[in-house]
Design a binder for this molecule. Structure first.
Ligand code: HEC
Length: 155
């Protein structure tokens, strides 16, 4: 299965290394800071609400279930998208990466067709279905904010 994971870009500095005429000076090329993500919380901190997950369930039924199955277990047409066997591929990545991945590629028959709020709600439903705890604040419909939340294994 092809897996598209959106993380920061690496390697621009390589282009500078070949500039000629500076041989006497020490290369000014600095180590590439590989998109140091500033995460401030994890999925164990209650980063979505139960009400948000319920809204996400409606979005899921309408726009995702036809391929991923009523229980997110997948089907002949698409893989399962909940539970530890799915989440394991995403651990140590920010939630923003999963948001972006879903937004650019799903629903497969019309990527990007939902609102950011709907994508975020369905993400909350995926997390709820994967045994992460609900909390007091909703998952924000904002990639930069979602990038501050680290995906870790459920307890
Ligand atoms: C028309 C069928 C179809 C619909 C509708 C659909 N998907 Fe998918 N989805 C797929 C297929 C096929 C794949 C596997 C190919 C791929 O990864 O792009 C996939 C892959 C995924 C993955 C990545 C799985 C992995 O293991 O990396 C996620 C997450 C996902 N879908 C979420 C959603 C969500 C959320 C919705 C509803 C908003 C949705 N999909 C709607 C067909 C569909």
């Amino acid at each position: 299965m092809k897996r598209l994971v959106v993380v920061g870009s690496v390697g621009l500095a390589l282009a500078c290394a070949s500039v000629s005429g500076l041989a006497t000076e020490r290369s000014a090329v600095e180590p590439v800071a590989a998109a140091a993500q500033e995460t401030t919380s994890t999925l164990l901190d209650g980063v979505f609400t139960a009400a948000q997950a319920r809204r996400g369930r409606r979005v899921y039924s309408r726009d995702c279930a036809s391929c991923h199955g009523p229980e997110m277990k997948g089907g002949e047409m698409a893989p399962g998208i909940a539970g530890s066997s799915f989440m394991v591929f995403w651990t140590e990545l920010p939630v923003g990466s999963m948001f972006e991945r879903i937004k650019v590629s799903m629903p497969e028959d019309g990527p990007g067709r939902l609102t950011d709020e709907e994508y975020t709600d369905v993400l909350a439903f995926i997390l709820d279905s994967s045994d992460y705890p609900a909390g007091e604040t909703e998952l924000p419909a904002d990639k930069a904010e979602l990038d501050k939340i680290m995906i870790v294994a459920a307890e």
